[in-house]
Design a protein around this ligand. Sequence first.
Ligand code: PEP
Length: 252
Amino acid sequence: MRRKLIAGNWKMNGLKADAVALAKAVFEKFDSVANCPFDVLVCPPMNVLGYVADVPHTSVFVGAQDVAETTKPNGAFTGDVSAAMVKDLGATWTLVGHSERRTYHNETDAVVRQKTENAINNGLTVVICIGETLEEREAGKALEVVTRQVRESTPAIANATNCVLAYEPVWAIGTGKVPTTADVAEMHAAIRAEVAKNLGAEVAEGMRILYGGSVKPENAKELLGVENVDGALIGGASLKVESFWAIAETQL
Ligand code: PEP
């Protein structure tokens, strides 16, 4: 039985005071749930990652939104933050390959795979993001694109404990549009089948596959009820404790 994961991606939002206040509110809310049946993760931007990780908490994981591609823990890589540095800040997870990184920073599957490997080798658990663009979906290529991303972005060392996949159709991120539940079910089944081909049936059975893209309190129960959907990656609605909680509450 896969334990669901409710993950918040704060993106490039949060000056110190706001981020710490949001973290306190989120931690207080989730830490008060006895025997919570799902995992919770928040991924603040790098400027506040250490501050957020330092806010006392017991049941919420803290993650980065990215790690450097280089395997080196430090060195002449201006602007980069290594997986070792993320770990040192107190984070235990990281996102990798978010579509905004793939689009604005030209991150290829090979880059995403290397970053994932670096993160895992430094003891971080990774959420690898994948998803097709609108043009790719309209051209009937969604399944082909996403299964290629799964195959090529996931390193051989990935397993059900150190890695989670997040299917995020690019056209659904921040737009208020969501795929039909039938499309989500088809894609998640295809992703799990691709993981089975690459990493074996046992890993595929245990690996969590999140859905992301305009998840809101109003649609969370339906999307999270789709077969093979093991949680949600939430952008906009994770920036307010009320909406983040309202999404998570559908799983209690
Ligand atoms: C995201 O950034 O990963 C995301 C899913 O954003 P939103 O929930 O705002 O669509």
